[in-house]
Design a protein around this ligand. Structure first.
Ligand code: NAG
Ligand code: NAG
Length: 464
């Protein structure tokens, strides 16, 4: 509506503008012949410049069409082989290479689980999931909210479901489709205490899974329970864990006709708390309790900084601490770094007693999907700004031609630019920062979960 109005407005004013442009130059300007010669020379110059630009454009577009026609689009070499995984990329390298990923769409660098989130509000993720489907073990479209309706609980989000897209992504059963269900709004405590509501909630989720033929779900509830104080009340906290356990066993009991495995429950957990141990932290005891109910954990190792506190999105050392503390939760303390984390509190003491399980930790670590961000942040210093996506990052690079700096303390790239007298600092993942994090996950046998695959640059998929 507003676009149409603006269009109409423009056409009203256009005649005046056109008339102004057509207005002839005053005659007196033409009387001096040396000015005419200069003018003629100037026009010749413009003509030459235009012809060379035009020529180059034609040459470029013919190169492009031959690339699309005969040879498939993309590079014959991976980003590693092209030497692009470096701490010194230039903005030009990124602009030139980011939309030209490796042609091999099926090679996998990671032997463990790779889960990709896809959000309906960023359509690029749907395309990426189709194109790079072979790189993923799980795709999680962010479709569902479990919330309180007028009277009863409701599972909202069925309108976002795209069955054709599911068919394109999941071929011969791979990758698994596990939509995210997030708890939303309040009050939702009742579904933890009252049996009828609890069964209703589980029923809503499991019957949707059965109806749509999903391979399970990603369940995100911890942050809401934490925000509304559910976890801080030890009775309710236990009820919340019971709920997850019952949801898991209910999903595990569903076997679809043409499937060999049961449905999976992937549970979202926060990163290790930077303060002392609190009830809202996810603990070793919780993990042990949910051992049979939860197939994998999506660990949210990003959002370290925010607009009130600008900085890196996921410092590598912090991520390492989070992973090590999960290792201690799971019962392995073979690793020297884990000893630091073990000093954190009572939970870790328990883990220390389970030290004999350490050698078997690889089995459990594959259940941990370390969170990897494909988005970045464009902060205004000292405070302000917010998340940016791949295409926004690229347009900042081409407008400001910045020099990228490597923050060696946090292992992330950033650059600064100034607009309207405000200093901006942009942290956005690079091939180097991502590859370090993926290696970190790989080295301890963990999988990864990517938030989210429509927000990155296309050559990031080479790394998976
Ligand atoms: C891609 O990589 C895989 C695994 O390394 C290999 O088997 C396959 O032949 C490659 N495909 C192409 C088109 O190069
Ligand atoms: C970790 O794996 C060991 C051995 O496979 C198992 O005994 C233990 O219960 C697991 N712990 C968790 C929390 O899953």
């Amino acid at each position: 509506m507003s676009i149409h109005q603006r269009r109409r407005g423009q056409s009203q004013f256009a005649p005046h503008l056109a008339a102004a442009a057509r207005r002839p130059l005053p005659r007196s300007k033409w009387i001096f012949s040396h000015q005419r010669i200069a003018l003629a020379f100037f026009f010749c110059l413009i003509l030459v410049v235009l012809m060379s630009i035009g020529g180059r454009f034609l040459w470029k577009s013919s190169e492009r069409s031959s690339e699309e026609g005969v040879i498939p689009k993309g590079s014959p070499l991976s980003v590693y082989d092209r030497g692009l995984v470096t701490i010194n990329p230039s903005y030009k390298d990124i602009l030139a290479a980011s939309n030209r990923p490796w042609r091999n769409l099926t090679h996998r660098h990671l032997p463990t689980s790779v889960l990709g989130y896809v959000t309906p509000w960023n359509g690029n993720g749907y395309e990426m999931a189709k194109k790079y489907r072979a790189k993923f073990t799980h795709i999680s479209p962010v479709w569902y909210q479990l919330k309180r309706g007028h009277k009863d609980l409701e599972l909202i989000g069925g309108h976002d479901v795209d069955t054709d897209w599911i068919k394109d992504v999941r071929q011969e059963g791979q990758p698994l489709i596990v939509p995210r269900v997030v708890l939303e709004g309040w009050p939702l405590d009742n579904m933890l205490v009252e049996t009828r509501e609890k069964l209703q909630a589980i029923q809503l989720i499991s019957s949707e899974c059965r109806k749509r033929g999903y391979d399970g779900i990603v369940f995100e509830a911890w942050s809401l329970w934490s925000a509304y104080g559910t976890l801080q009340n030890s009775k309710l906290r236990q009820k919340a864990l019971n709920f997850v356990q019952e949801l898991g066993s209910s999903l595990h009991n569903i076997v679809l006709p043409r499937q060999t495995r049961n449905m999976q429950l992937i549970f979202v957990i926060p990163p290790v708390s930077r303060q002392a141990q609190e009830l809202r932290d996810f603990t070793a005891a919780d993990m042990a309790y949910l051992k049979d109910a939860v197939d994998a954990y999506s660990l949210m190792t990003y959002d370290f900084s925010n607009s009130y506190n600008p900085g890196p999105t996921a410092p590598l050392s912090w991520m390492r601490t989070c992973i090590q503390s999960v290792i201690s939760l799971i019962g392995g303390n073979d690793n020297p770094i884990a000893d630091n984390v073990l000093k954190l509190g009572p939970v870790s003491n328990q883990a220390r007693h389970q030290g004999s399980l350490g050698r078997k930790m690889d089995n459990n670590m594959s259940k941990i999907l370390v969170g990897i961000n494909f988005y970045g942040n464009d902060f205004v210093l000292p405070q302000g700004g917010g998340p940016i996506l791949g295409h926004e990052y690229l347009s900042l690079l081409s407008s400001y031609k910045p020099k990228l700096s490597w923050d060696g303390f946090n292992d992330e790239h950033y650059f600064d630019y100034t607009v309207a007298q405000e200093l901006h600092r942009v942290f956005y993942p690079s091939l180097k920062s991502l590859s370090l994090r993926l290696e970190e996950a790989k080295s301890c046998g963990a999988g990864v979960s990517i938030w989210e695959i429509g927000q990155g640059l296309e050559y990031f998929f080479d790394l998976l």
